[in-house]
Ligand binder design. Structure first.
Ligand SMILES: O=c1ccn([C@@H]2O[C@H](COP(=O)(O)OP(=O)(O)O[C@H]3O[C@H](CO)[C@@H](O)[C@H](O)[C@H]3O)[C@@H](O)[C@H]2O)c(=O)[nH]1
Ligand SMILES: [Mn+2]
Length: 768
């Protein structure tokens, strides 16, 4: 027995990265040399030089933050078989799915996620699935109720034949029959066919319902949905299915929740939905662990729950580890990642690096939390504390529901009594899902998901790390969850804008990671990781300045980069070459193409100057109290193979949103600059300039290559073209900037120049 107990549940493996570190340090050294060079000659140059120095200082600082994040990569291996060997009893897990809009998030996607959760390989009597619908949509509820019928056939089928992919849309889209190990089994064939027919029927029903203005009659269980408005409606909670007999192989409980909404009460977007899910599940099943996924993240590895339990159930981890996060991996990604949002390299190097510090950031989906930590527990709170003082102190913060407080006491003490009669708590559940319940409580501040940022995931993870908890990043093969990454310029930019907004909201709040280190238990290096992430939101400022520099210099016939014959020029070239080879090697090592590398480098520029810039603006407007920030839900595309092979699939698309104005303006400026340089016009030069050199022109060409999708967009039609209104606005802005250039040159006429290269952040070569 003693031997069995020593079997590890998980292992932490330090990765070797000596060569990588060496290259990172060389790049840092080159960056610092460049800064010194700038400082030495600052006096001889003017404003441009100073601006370049400031931008490059920022890039260097950012580089230090990046090195910090990647320095100690760590991997976790989990051994679920040892859980069985050690006869460790598996705990209950409550699984949450959030959906908010039946149009942007088609119910067929949501129900596939739900079905895949209901079918995981885990004792069914220990699972409950809660779906939060912020859209209060009859269509979503109707689809769920149909999906439940299907699940009752599907779950036994998956378990019987050990099906690997349990989201039916994915399972049937692959060659699942011929690739199955059961293919020679006649019975399997029959059942497979039946499942396929049933699934198709389900899809038809949902499609039909979606076509109609009213998916079904408002009678029976659907009656509550008559006369509801999305943003103004009473709570609707439906216990759709109870696994009453507690069958190990049955279908887990399924509960639908649409929390109350009223115009006058803020709903706090996803964080608000998560807190209602936490409370209602606390009443009904009160599982000690909670898994949350976005509506588009289906379970791709049916063993995920047991894997997650390995690090969480380890005897030491109780006092240390708050949550286990699985990476966001995407299915049906477009070839060569044209939108730069598959994040393969980020996950492989940065996320594993962060894993070696205080632990993975919370990514908002695919994460297993301990309930008691979501209820505000710190590592230092011992059981006695919970029994006595802590309980008395914190319980009023849970609000006025006695039932909830009772369940919270149990959860904090670590003993829960999963109930098999969910209906018992329905009254109390309606109370705690109401708009007014949270007033005067600590929900959204100390308890649950934190409010105030559109990146509630980062914010909540930060709160947990600041209390001193660690976390774990688990990668599985096949990946634990798969989701869809947005495609199309407008959707991608909107998502990035929200992230930048949310991150800046954290930076400018009292939850800023710097305070977390000074006054809390956030480790210094972890704090730097958070800063690296949060600074995405500030990056558009240096990024835009630096992009404008070469164009400005060419037009005014000044310079901001060293001349070819100067020794500093080789410094720049070295930096440029080494940095790009370094990033390229990361893409090649993770099995991606050169084209994917280039697309990612390019998208970084485009995202920073458009999406993040608007995020930056929206936070500024919030501070000036001109407008509030909003959580705009990302549109989920229903992928199909036809669109994947489509040549146009990866082509950048536009709409008339002002979000594309900054990028178009920069593009027009560079086009002007290159024309000026070709025709040797230099209209704004006052004769005193030192002459723009080759470096500035190359830089400008590089920008043009990065903005190739925009350049094509100038001439494109329909969604592939930049709308005329955007072009006009950008042209006006570009003219205004040119006018400003003239003013500035006039002011500083004589000795000035601007210098610096797209070091550290610009890619080179391979045009689109
Ligand atoms: O008022 C709202 C808004 C959103 N959601 C849900 O929140 C999830 C995430 O929203 P989505 O638009 O898909 O955002 P993404 O950009 O894809 O999400 C990333 O970024 C978010 C933070 O900005 C995190 O919450 C997510 O987990 C993370 O995947 C979805 O399930 C939505 O249904 C709600 O429940 N209520
Ligand atoms: Mn998403």
């Amino acid at each position: 027995m003693a031997d069995l107990n020593s079997l590890p549940l998980y292992e932490r493996i330090q990765r070797k990265n000596g060569v990588k570190r060496a290259v990172e340090i060389i790049i840092l050294f080159l960056l610092l040399s460049l800064l010194i060079y700038r400082l030495l000659f600052l006096k001889e140059h003017g404003l441009t030089w100073l601006l370049a120095l400031l931008c490059e200082s920022w890039f260097t600082f950012n580089w230090v933050l990046i090195i910090n994040s990647k320095w100690n990569p760590v991997e976790y291996k989990t051994y679920p078989d040892n859980l069985v060997q050690r006869a460790i009893e598996l705990p209950s897990v409550d699984m949450f799915v959030t959906t908010a809009d039946p149009v942007l998030e088609p119910p067929i996607i949501t129900i596939n996620t739900v079905i895949s959760l209901l079918a995981v390989d885990y004792p069914a009597q220990k699972l409950a699935c809660y779906v939060s619908d912020d859209g209060c949509s009859l269509l979503t509820y109707y689809s769920l109720s149909e999906a439940l019928k299907f699940a009752k056939l599907w779950v036994p089928f998956c378990k019987k034949y050990d099906i690997q992919v349990r989201a039916p849309f994915r399972y049937f889209s692959n060659d699942s029959l011929t690739s199955s190990t059961n293919r020679s089994n006649w019975e399997f064939h029959q059942e497979w066919k039946r499942m396929k027919d049933e699934y198709e029927l389900l899809c038809h029903k949902i499609e039909d319902a979606a076509q109609k203005s009213r998916p079904c009659e408002f009678t029976g269980e659907f009656a509550e949905f008559s006369n509801v408005e999305r943003k103004n409606h009473p709570t609707i909670i439906k216990v759709m299915w109870e696994n009453k007999e507690g069958l190990v192989d049955g279908v887990p409980h399924l509960v639908y929740i649409s929390r109350e909404k009223q115009h006058k009460h803020p709903h706090n977007s996803k964080a608000g939905a998560m807190n209602v899910l936490t409370r209602v599940s606390g009443l009904m099943t009160n599982a000690p662990y909670m898994l949350n996924v976005d509506c588009d993240m289906f379970v791709n590895n049916p063993k995920v729950v047991v894997h997650a339990m390995c690090p969480l159930l380890d005897s030491n981890s109780e006092k240390e580890i708050a949550f286990a996060q699985f990476p966001q991996v995407f299915y049906d990604g477009l070839k060569d990642d044209p939108y730069g949002n598959q994040y393969v390299v980020l996950c492989e190097y940065t996320m594993h690096g962060i894993s070696g510090i205080q632990g993975s950031l919370y990514g908002g989906t695919g994460c297993f939390h301990r309930r008691k930590i979501i209820y505000g527990l710190s590592p230092s709170h011992t059981v006695d504390l919970i029994d006595g003082k802590l309980a008395e102190d914190t319980l009023p913060e849970f609000g006025s529901s006695k039932e909830l407080i009772k369940s919270a006491v149990l959860a904090l003490k670590g003993n829960t009594n999963p109930s098999n009669c969910l209906w018992t708590y329905i009254r109390a559940a309606y109370q705690i899902a109401s708009c007014e319940y949270e007033y005067g409580t600590s929900w959204g501040t100390k308890l649950g998901w934190r409010y105030g940022s559109a990146a509630e995931d980062t914010d909540t993870g930060l709160m947990i790390h600041t209390r001193g908890w660690r976390s774990i990043f688990c990668t599985l093969d096949p990946p634990a969850f798969l989701g869809c990454s947005p495609s199309g310029g407008p959707t991608v930019m909107t998502q990035q804008k929200r992230w930048a907004t949310g991150l800046l909201e954290i930076l400018f709040s009292k939850n800023c990671p710097i305070f977390g280190t000074l006054f809390g238990k956030l480790r210094l290096r972890q704090s730097l990781v958070y800063l690296w992430l949060i600074f995405w939101g500030l990056r558009p400022v240096p990024e835009l300045c630096y992009a404008a520099l070469p164009a400005y210099c060419i037009i005014t016939d000044s310079f901001f980069l060293p001349k070819v014959h100067e020794p500093a020029f080789s410094l720049l070239v070295a930096l440029f070459v080494i940095y790009n080879l370094y990033t390229l090697s990361e893409y090649l090592k993770t099995g991606q193409s050169i084209r994917a590398w280039w697309n990612n480098q390019r998208m970084l520029r485009i995202t920073a100057m458009n999406g993040w810039f608007f995020g930056f603006l929206s936070v500024m407007l919030k501070f000036l109290r001109i407008s509030e920030t909003v959580f705009e839900v990302t549109k989920k595309d229903q992928s199909n193979d036809a669109s994947k092979d489509d040549d146009d699939a990866g082509r950048f698309t536009f709409d008339d949103s002002p979000i594309f104005v900054p990028g178009t303006t920069i593009l027009l400026l560079h086009l002007t600059a290159l024309v000026v340089s070709l025709l040797k016009l230099q209209p704004l030069a006052h004769g005193g300039g030192h002459g723009a050199g080759l470096a500035e022109v190359l830089c400008s060409v590089l920008w043009l290559l990065c903005y190739w999708p925009f350049l094509k967009g100038l001439f494109g039609k329909g969604k592939h073209g930049i709308p005329m209104s955007t072009i006009c606005k950008s042209a006006a802005l570009a003219l205004l900037l040119l006018h400003l250039c003239r003013k500035i040159t006039a002011l500083f006429a004589g000795g000035m120049g601007w210098n610096g290269a797209r070091i550290g952040t610009v890619a080179g070569s391979v045009p689109d």
